[in-house]
Design a protein around this ligand. Structure first.
Ligand SMILES: *[C@@H]1O[C@H](CO)[C@@H](O)[C@H](O)[C@H]1NC(C)=O
Length: 210
């Protein structure tokens, strides 16, 4: 896969994932069942199916894990795509017994970077062509993504925690704001809290050049 197609394909994957009815099921099921109950005389002669009884209830929040929810949030779809491309990260976020805080940069934070996340200024010209180039781009993307995966949750203020990439990060309050250090990257909000951790939506990217 060429680096230039990497982003397109992850976005396509993300769109597909969003179409899965996973999170919309609880509200859809009763809504679909309603018209049949409201006015049984509206369609005389037509055998209406009995009101549906959800025999297979959606998982409670306690069963939901990070890999389930990452693709469901539009503002972070680009990063969510990266987490599916990088198998080490996908494995971590799919493991219910290991807690993680995912620092997910907004799409706008990624698209406004001076270079693509899989590009490294230390790589020479034409660095991402051919099989070697693809491998290099994939390694760089892995470094970027792993730098945003904190191996702790809950994650207390001021506690230095390791990332999958081997870096150390912590967070502080600055008045109303919460910033991830080093680099003072502002947290927009906690975008999700599930059984094996949290997704923090970030206004910028954490330093991944190492
Ligand atoms: C994992 O996260 C859950 C939910 O916040 C928490 O109850 C549990 O103590 C955490 N486990 C570890 C080892 O941090």
């Amino acid at each position: 896969m060429r680096p230039s197609t990497l982003l397109t394909s992850t976005l396509a994957l993300t769109t597909q994932a969003q179409l899965l009815p996973f999170l919309s099921q609880p509200s859809q099921t009763p809504a679909l069942a309603q018209p049949a109950n409201q006015n049984p005389m509206a369609n005389p002669g037509i055998q209406l199916p009995p009101p549906s009884e959800p025999s297979d209830p959606p998982p409670t929040n306690g069963d939901v894990i990070l890999s389930d929810i990452l693709g469901t949030q539009r503002p972070i779809t680009i990063f969510a795509g990266f987490t599916r491309d990088i198998s080490s990260v996908l494995t971590r976020l799919s493991t219910a017994s290991l807690n993680t805080t995912v620092l997910a940069p907004l799409n706008s934070a990624i698209t406004s970077l001076p270079r693509k996340p899989w590009e490294d200024p230390r790589d020479g010209p034409n660095a991402y062509e051919g099989q070697d180039g693809e491998d290099r781009a994939q390694r760089n993307l892995r470094r970027f993504t792993e730098a945003h995966v904190v191996l702790a949750s809950p994650w207390e203020e001021g506690v230095k925690s390791e990332t999958m990439g081997g870096g150390r990060v912590w967070w502080e309050r600055r008045g109303e704001k919460v910033v991830v250090m080093p680099g003072s990257v502002e947290v927009e909000r906690v975008g999700g809290r599930v059984a094996n951790g949290e997704v923090w939506v970030m206004k910028g990217v954490v330093n991944y050049a190492s």
